[in-house]
Ligand binder design. Sequence first.
Ligand code: JFZ
Length: 418
Amino acid sequence: MADKVLSYEERLKWFHEARFGMFIHWGLYAVHGRGEWVMFVERWRADDYAKTAWKFNPKKFDANKWAAIAKDAGMKYMVLTTRHHDGFCLFDSKVSDFTAAKTGAGRDLVAEYVKACREAGLKVGFYYSLLDWRFPGYFEPKKYPESAKKMVEQYHAQVRELMTNYGKIDILWYDGGWIAHDPNSNVAEFWRSAEVNKMVRELQPHIIINNRSGIEEDLDTPEQHVTASKPGRGWESCMTIGDSCGWGYVHNNPNMKTVTLLLQNLTIAAAGEGNYLLNCGPRPDGQIRREEQVRLHAMGEWLRVNGEAIYGSQRCSLSGGMLGVWTRKGNTAYFCIHRYPGTGEAIVPLVKTRAVSASILATGDKVTIRQEYNGRLVLGGLPKKPVDPHITVLKVEFESVPESITETDKAAWLSGSV
Ligand code: JFZ
């Protein structure tokens, strides 16, 4: 008898605590070094591209090293591309010969990934692309209806394999559903996604499913931007460390984001009660490139000191103004300062609730509190230079859940009488 499907809140409890995960885009495309869309963008003939499978033999792939990098970064889960749009499966499949197990690698790379995640105490996520470019029926479903039907059947069969053969899976990260059709077709109907997701939840009652099979399900997935969903709705911003043009390995990727920007994105996501799924595109040999490793390590260093403000964060109604963003846990609020003031004071307008105490989270050093006209909370006695090169967090205890003043007269602030 299958376990009962957990409630939405129960299923998302660990996710809200986690706040930060590692996305991994890895597959045949890494051999070419020009991102995961290389087969389509360069119009490789299917049989020509398929030969790449015999060159893909990741001798240096060690999933335990990936898991160690994710843990060191302060990440709590991983999501791996089990199959991307090019159709190549990193897992062993009975319904496809285009898999790592049956070609150059000769291994079930997903099985190794799952084992490593569990041994590291990380939650396990599977990315799976519904579309498969190898099927003419994806591009011309009306002209090649049989091919389109077989592609849908592959999706149903392979998701069943993924949900059956690898133990407890925590996130099913669909992709590539909406691109398949002309704008006025119904994605969920074309893929018969409701049938699949019903089966998924029967096999994995606690699983979180994202919104990319044509059905809303559990998670919104803003891509390459950090945009909060409405309160109560789970969401996760997914983003590349390098240029947005490639999730898979891009040999020369000149625009790697700074650690400061990556941490700002993480704090903005946490402020909106959302998660940050940050992507690595490992080399064809399975190693995560150094430029990504060093940034992830630095994020982990910051989280080891300031993680209290991020993990399990709640929304906070206080204004961060020009300086940064607020997260909250009960009556305690955390001011994540992105633009540190040089005056020794951080001014927060329109604070309704009495502040009781304040300190610098990283050092415990006390911060002075003054509450004045227009609800201005002045946090003072700050060192002239920020204690952290990226983001300094002030921890402020309030006498109740901190609230903002609602301005009924929009001009009242001018006379200090908000
Ligand atoms: C998709 C994939 O195509 C991409 O390779 C990567 O896996 C990313 C995480 O997901 O990218 C998208 C997603 C959405 C749109 C376009 C590309 N869109 O909505 O236009």
